[in-house]
Design a binder for this molecule. Structure first.
Ligand code: ATP
Length: 328
């Protein structure tokens, strides 16, 4: 392994998130600033296996800081889950004289990066890019803030129609294992109830609570449901249950889906991406490897990839309490 890093590759992997482009731009420009070469890898680990590389300089990343998605494309690669695939990827990196790899993605992508490092000793650095905010070692993942703003805007619009028709709306948001989007956007959007995977409210309590809202004078209600909530029903079954057990409401469902991943990154995500890219490149140049860069107490910090993968993020209990009080 060369001791000096002269060329760094960057790829985006797993689900895309707003801010990935800003992170690519930051990695490329930090390399240019430090007079080292930078290579973009297309379609995540799939492109690594196929050698789908493109030399990038500071001008290659102009005009992308405000764009959603990822110019390098993302992919889920089954090939990288095999030793044979990873061997090909390693050979391609060696052939292109690349000395380190920055992976922008979620915990699956980091698991792949860590296995790759353990097999070949290749230096890797992670940047957490996922809207779910489910990665240990950073208070914010790239794209979380933008997704929250997108969801809140959607809730505001749905509330207009809900209040015009005395409707009860169930709005499903992303979050299979964690309820960060649901909880934060639910509070910001003034939801009556928020159903998250970390807490099982129970169907009866949900109906009781909605009935209480109505008798307290509310003519319409919004319930935010994280897609992985543990109430035991999908959102359409939930609607049917409430339809059967509550009278007087016109119950509707809205699944926000992939719109939550799109759109121009917020100011917060652009700044975060810029900081993370610089920290990733400079840490590699300082000889640090197998870390993820993250935001902890306002500062850029490194967390060992292993901890980032295994550690669990916790829901903020204060937010749960605030949400309860706000639905009074
Ligand atoms: P998101 O949070 O948006 O789902 P993610 O990074 O967790 O993003 P995954 O689909 O879990 O997304 O992982 C992305 C890619 O990382 C996989 O397609 C695969 O190529 C690689 N990967 C994941 N787990 C492993 C593993 N155990 N071994 C090797 N590669 C892996």
């Amino acid at each position: 392994m060369p001791k000096t890093i002269k060329k760094i590759a960057v790829l985006t992997s797993g689900g895309d998130s707003p801010g990935m482009n800003a992170a690519i731009r930051s990695v490329v420009r930090a390399c240019a600033y430090h007079n080292i070469e930078c290579v973009g890898v297309y379609r995540g680990y799939e492109g690594l296996i196929e050698g789908d590389f493109k030399q990038m300089d500071a001008r290659s990343v102009k005009g992308i800081i405000n764009k959603g998605g990822t110019i390098l494309k993302s992919a889920r690669s089954n090939g990288f889950r095999t030793e044979e695939g990873r061997k090909k990827a390693f050979q391609n990196l060696v052939d292109a004289e690349i000395n380190a790899l920055v992976v922008v993605g979620g915990d699956g992508s980091f698991t792949g990066a860590l296995i790759f490092n353990q097999e070949f000793g290749f230096p890797v650095m992670g940047i957490p890019g996922t809207i779910d905010n489910d990665i240990f070692g950073t208070s914010h993942t790239l794209g979380f803030d933008t997704a929250l703003n997108t969801v809140v805007e959607a809730i505001d619009k749905i509330r207009d129609t809900a209040s015009s028709h005395n409707r009860l709306f169930f709005i499903e948001v992303m979050g299979r294992d964690v309820g960060h989007i649901a909880l934060n956007a639910g509070i910001a959007g003034g939801a009556e109830e928020i159903l998250i995977p970390e807490e099982d409210l129970g169907l009866e309590r949900l109906v009781e609570s909605l009935n209480r809202s109505r008798t307290s004078g509310k003519s319409s209600s919004i319930v935010i449901v994280a897609e992985g909530d543990k109430i035991g029903k999908n959102i359409f079954e939930l609607k049917d249950y409430v339809d059967e057990n509550m009278e007087g409401y016109d119950v509707r469902v809205s699944v926000l889906g992939h719109m939550q991943r799109g759109g121009a990154p917020s100011c917060f995500d652009r700044v975060l991406a810029s900081r993370m890219g610089v920290k990733a490149v400079e840490s590699l140049l300082n000889g640090q490897t197998n870390y993820m860069v993250g935001l902890i107490n306002g500062k850029m910090e490194l967390t060992p990839l292993d901890n980032a993968i295994k550690g669990k993020t916790k829901i903020n209990l204060e937010l749960l309490r605030v949400s309860d009080i706000m639905s009074t």
